[in-house]
Each structure stands twice: as C-alpha cells, then as structure tokens.
Design a protein around this ligand. Structure first.
Ligand SMILES: Nc1ncnc2c1ncn2[C@@H]1O[C@H](COP(=O)(O)OP(=O)(O)OP(=O)(O)O)[C@@H](O)[C@H]1O
Ligand SMILES: Cc1ncsc1CCO
Ligand SMILES: [Mg+2]
Length: 267
C-alpha cells in the first residue's frame, strides 16, 4: 500500500484522485482559489446558495467556509453546508476573515464555531482575536506576527478540538498537542489578494485526501504553498508576475521536490 505520511505523498495521492472540494469563499477569492486548486490537482466547486449548499456538501469530499464578503443569505448556505459536513463526518475548514471587524462577522463566526470546524485557518490577527486577544488587524490584513498568535492557536485548538493553522512569514500549525512551524513562502504573498483564502481551499483538498490525518494534511497544504511561493518569487518582478508564476509553480511542484525542500520543525 502506498504510504501517505509525507506532504509529497499526500500531494501525489491528491492528484491521483482529485477530491471534489466545495468552496464557500468570497467574491474576491473565487477565481484565484479555483485556479489554485486546479493547479495543485484538486477539483473545486464554488457553491454557496442556501438552496443548494447543504445538498452539495453531501457529494463533496470536503467543505471550506470563508466569511470574506458576508451577507445573511450566504450565512444560511454556510450553516447548511457545515451541518452536513459535520453530520456526515467530512472535514470542513473555517476561514474567519476579519471576524473582529464588525458584530455581524463576530456573530457569524461564533455560530460557525459551534458547528465544529475540523480545521481553522487564519492569519495571526484573526487567530489572536478568536482566542479573545487584542489583535492589531486592519480589515482583512494581519498586523501581528505569527509568533504572537501561537499561544492563541494552541488554546483555540484545545477548546475547539480542531487543527488550527496560523499563516504569515513562518506558519504555525497545532492540534492542541502537537505543533510545528513551516518556513518558506515569499513577502510577495500578502501583496496578492486572497492567497490566504485560496490556501484555506487547498487545506480542504488535502483534508479530503487524508481525512484520517487532518494535522498532516494541513501541514502538507501549507508546505505546498511555502515551496511554490518560494519558487514563484525567484523570477517575479512584483505581485503581478508573482501571481501567475505561483499558479505555474504549484502545477509544476512534484512530490519529491516538496519533500526535499519543505522546512517543517517541531514547535
Ligand atoms: N511575510 C511572508 N513571508 C513569506 N510567506 C508569507 C508571508 N506572509 C504570508 N505568507 C504566506 O502567504 C500565504 C497566505 O497567508 P496570509 O497570512 O497572507 O493569509 P491571509 O492574511 O488570510 O490572506 P488573504 O486574506 O489575503 O487571503 C501563506 O502561505 C503564508 O505562509
Ligand atoms: C480584500 C478582501 N475583502 C474582503 S475578502 C478579501 C480577500 C482577502 O481576504
Ligand atoms: Mg485571510
């Protein structure tokens, strides 16, 4: 039997059987997130309407929910999909974009957290605020270092019994017991909109591939972004050329290169 224990092995397994990932994401992210999943080898579907989101979750292998451009109708679709995912044992990922900014967002995220996300992926400011801390986030942009969010992430993971991923210059992943840091990426990544939202969708794709190793799947997705980001930055003149180079780098990344270059250390 094929081993799936490394990020590279998980990437290979994902490409051999592309998982259908239901991405409920924001208007800004929809196109880039779908392209990121296709480039990496997964099968995205942006399905959010309340009338069908729950039904679609029944056929998807994972669901990702991002509150970036929120409205009441979208919340109904999010809740329907999350309920089906949780009740059918499928992984679902929450991306609490700028949840600290307004009461509408805070309430939406509190209700989604009660539906037990398998994984929570956010930037440092979002994770600090989810744990009740004072974050310096400005709108959707983080203004806090990841190191400052590590204790918040551990607390949140334990409380929610979820894997928590904090992204930034050096990423951090914990399930409340284990924790790792992942180096890589590029300073150009936060200068291209919605790459974090796209990563949330990719985390869903890896989780669908290895639902019995959610921590490993999350680390694999973040490592894939870290190495593809490094590679894309090599020839990029700025955010514009980085953006298309990143899609090419994701598509070109193979399992062996990922395993050889991923820099994952215990935290
Ligand atoms: N300074 C940096 N150096 C290297 N990589 C980075 C840096 N900042 C972010 N990244 C990488 O960019 C990706 C997206 O993470 P980020 O924390 O920017 O998400 P986000 O704030 O939720 O983004 P968005 O809301 O725009 O989608 C991750 O793979 C992360 O590792
Ligand atoms: C810019 C922006 N505004 C709402 S969602 C989003 C994408 C990055 O989170
Ligand atoms: Mg974000």
């Amino acid at each position: 039997m094929q081993t799936r224990t490394t990020p590279g092995a998980m990437l290979k397994a994902m490409r051999e059987k592309p998982p259908l990932v239901q991405c409920i994401t924001n208007y800004v992210a929809m196109n880039i997130a779908a392209n990121v999943l296709l480039a990496a080898g997964a099968s995205p579907a942006m399905v959010h309407a309340a009338e069908e989101a729950g039904e679609f979750a029944g056929i998807a292998s994972a669901v990702t929910i991002n509150i970036g451009t929120l409205s009441t109708q979208w919340i109904d679709g999010m809740q329907a999909a999350a309920k089906v995912a949780t009740s059918t044992g499928k992984p679902w990922v929450l991306d609490p974009v700028a949840h600290y900014a307004t009461a509408f967002r805070r309430n939406a995220v509190a209700d989604l957290l009660a539906l037990r996300p398998t994984i929570i992926r956010g930037n440092a400011s979002e994770i600090i605020a989810l744990a009740g801390g004072e974050s310096r986030g400005q709108g959707v942009d983080s203004r806090d270092p990841v190191e400052q969010a590590e204790s918040s992430a551990r607390w949140l993971a334990e409380r929610q019994r979820a894997v928590v991923a904090v992204t930034g210059a050096v990423d951090f992943v914990t399930d409340g017991e284990r924790a790792v840091r992942i180096e890589g990426g590029s300073v150009l990544m936060p200068r291209v909109t919605a790459l974090g939202c796209s990563l949330t969708c990719l985390v869903g794709a890896f989780a669908a591939t290895v639902p019995d190793d959610i921590f490993g799947a999350t680390v694999a997705a973040l490592s894939t972004f870290a190495i593809a980001g490094e590679e894309a930055a090599l020839g990029a003149a700025g955010p514009g050329s980085f953006s298309w180079r990143f899609l090419d780098a994701l598509a070109a990344l193979d399992a062996e290169t990922l395993d050889a270059r991923a820099r994952i250390s215990a935290a």
